[in-house]
Design a protein around this ligand. Structure first.
Ligand code: C5P
Length: 237
């Protein structure tokens, strides 16, 4: 796992997903499976993607009492995915429990999935933080604090916006993963994202992985867009 370019497979069905991936010929992109696809298709979609040779980020954002997250992660580890995640807002005990569950559930001889934490959702604004979550600190200071909690809990990194990556590297070090969505090429539609950045900017801001959805999935030529982003992001072809 060098510096992956991860495609967000935001499709509803296994049929649509595999149909989309068939356009990638000999490329085997790292993919992200989220709630939409996993809740509908279940572990069978993971098995199908693994059989095709894809590395997988299973983006289910667990957030519950430590024991439940531990047991949930134990089940997820048995699927053989590469990255899973939790909400840092669940606290350090929950994050430690997640790691323990992953170790316990990893089949013998296999690598445990990396576990990363969501700091603050990019859909949460400063107003939401203050008026709904009743958090008095600034967004920057909560993100820094949550990232540090994730590090202290033994997690491997965080999901964050490109614009928070440099700060997190400063606080948590270079090896700590910064997985950044909200990536767009110049001229792409912004859609519902607010804090977007180009792949080149992501590199500059010390992201360690980028997650790209619509710029590839809605492109008129997904393979071409994927290869273009891969070049800009600096992966070898
Ligand atoms: O289509 P787009 O490139 O905006 O998709 C980004 C992907 O990253 C989606 O699957 C979205 O759910 C996910 N994501 C995000 N912001 C976060 C966490 C995940 O956009 N903070």
């Amino acid at each position: 796992m060098q510096k992956p370019l991860i495609i967000a497979l935001d499709f509803q069905t296994k049929f649509d997903t595999i149909h989309f991936l068939e356009q990638f010929e000999n490329e085997r992109p790292f993919v992200k499976v989220g709630m939409e696809l996993f809740y509908r298709e279940g572990p069978a979609i993971i098995e199908a993607l693994k059989t095709r040779g894809h590395e997988i980020f299973l983006d289910l954002k667990l957030h519950d009492i430590p024991n439940t997250v531990q047991q949930g992660m134990r089940s997820l580890a048995s699927l053989g995915v590469d990255i899973v995640n939790v909400h840092a807002a669940g606290g350090m005990k929950m994050m430690q429990a997640a790691k323990e569950g992953l170790y316990a559930g990893t089949p013998l001889g296999m690598k445990s999935p990396k576990c990363i934490a969501v700091t603050q959702l990019t859909s949460t604004s400063d107003e939401t933080l203050r008026n709904e979550l009743l958090i008095e600190e600034t967004m920057e200071s909560t993100v820094r604090h949550y990232a540090n909690m994730a590090l202290q809990s033994g997690l491997d990194g965080v999901v964050c916006s490109v614009w928070e990556a440099a700060l997190i590297t400063k606080v948590c070090g270079e090896a700590f993963m910064k997985v950044t969505p909200g990536i767009r090429l110049n001229g792409d539609s912004i859609d519902d994202q607010t804090r977007i950045a180009t792949p080149q900017e992501a590199l500059k801001q010390t992201s360690t992985a980028i997650v790209v959805g619509r710029s590839i999935t809605k492109s008129s030529n997904p393979l071409e867009s994927y290869l273009q982003i891969k070049d800009l992001w600096g992966n070898e072809r």
